[in-house]
Write a protein that binds this ligand. Structure first.
Ligand code: ADP
Length: 222
């Protein structure tokens, strides 16, 4: 396991407040594991997957527009989005997927910004599994941290964690950005391939100190 990325100031989001780090990685790379290690150091997390789920839960912000545009058959009995039905639709219908995203993406963005503003901590980590795939996120964060491992490691972990077959995991990975594309978008990289959790925690600690310094520099420049 190694950490790369020099301490070279901030990028496009430097004027945003608070200092915001985007955390991403492929499925099974160890994003949640790494995010939890930062959280244990007092860094607030904003998780876009959690927000996406919340806005399509009963009474969620996306539910009225979804019912209006897709019809009541896409709303389950409890008032949440009928996920299985919507998944089947957007899997086969690109226009429907774009219409759904036109509802959800602005809401996810607005909720992410609100939670980031309201978070209390030295800096904020926004966990965006599809940061590289949905390009705009990169410009909304000061810095991108990628959790990286081999595809074979991803497959093994997700088969164990979710009980999926190798083919199921490979199909998910095939829909995500490639490892190379993710690394190209990274300011910092944690390589989490066969790493012991203690070693991972040490890497997180080194990065945490770096981010504290960058956040401090951003505050001092105001
Ligand atoms: P992601 O959020 O990127 O999908 P997770 O953090 O959930 O990935 O990690 C996937 C699985 O692999 C989890 O069950 C996690 O406990 C395990 N895992 C992650 N990193 C390591 C590691 N360094 N050593 C052992 N198990 C790990």
């Amino acid at each position: 396991m190694t950490i790369t990325g020099a301490m070279t100031g901030t990028t496009s989001g430097a004027t945003r407040e608070p200092f915001t780090l985007g955390l991403t990685g492929g499925i099974g790379s160890g994003k949640s594991t790494v995010a939890d290690l930062f959280a244990a150091r007092g860094v607030p997390l904003v998780d876009t997957d959690v927000i996406a789920h919340r806005i399509t839960a009963p009474g969620g912000l996306a539910m009225a527009p979804i019912a209006a545009q897709f019809g009541p058959e896409f709303v389950a009995a409890d008032g949440s989005m009928d996920r299985a039905r919507m998944r089947a639709l957007v899997f086969s219908d690109e226009t429907a997927r774009k219409r759904l995203e036109a509802i959800t993406h602005p809401l996810i963005r607005a909720e992410t910004e609100r939670e980031t503003r309201e978070a209390n901590g030295p800096y904020v980590i926004v966990v965006v599994p599809l940061l590289v795939e949905s390009g705009a996120w990169k410009s909304r964060v000061a810095r991108v941290l990628v959790v990286d491992c081999s595809v074979e490691t991803q497959i093994g972990r997700v088969m164990r964690r979710n009980g999926f077959s190798r083919e199921q995991v490979q199909a998910i990975i095939a829909r995500q950005a490639t490892r190379e594309a993710r690394l190209a978008a990274a300011d910092d990289v944690i390589v989490n391939d066969g790493a012991k959790l203690e070693a991972l925690a040490q890497d997180v600690e080194i990065l945490h100190q770096r981010y504290l310094a960058l956040a401090g520099a951003q505050n001092a420049a105001r």
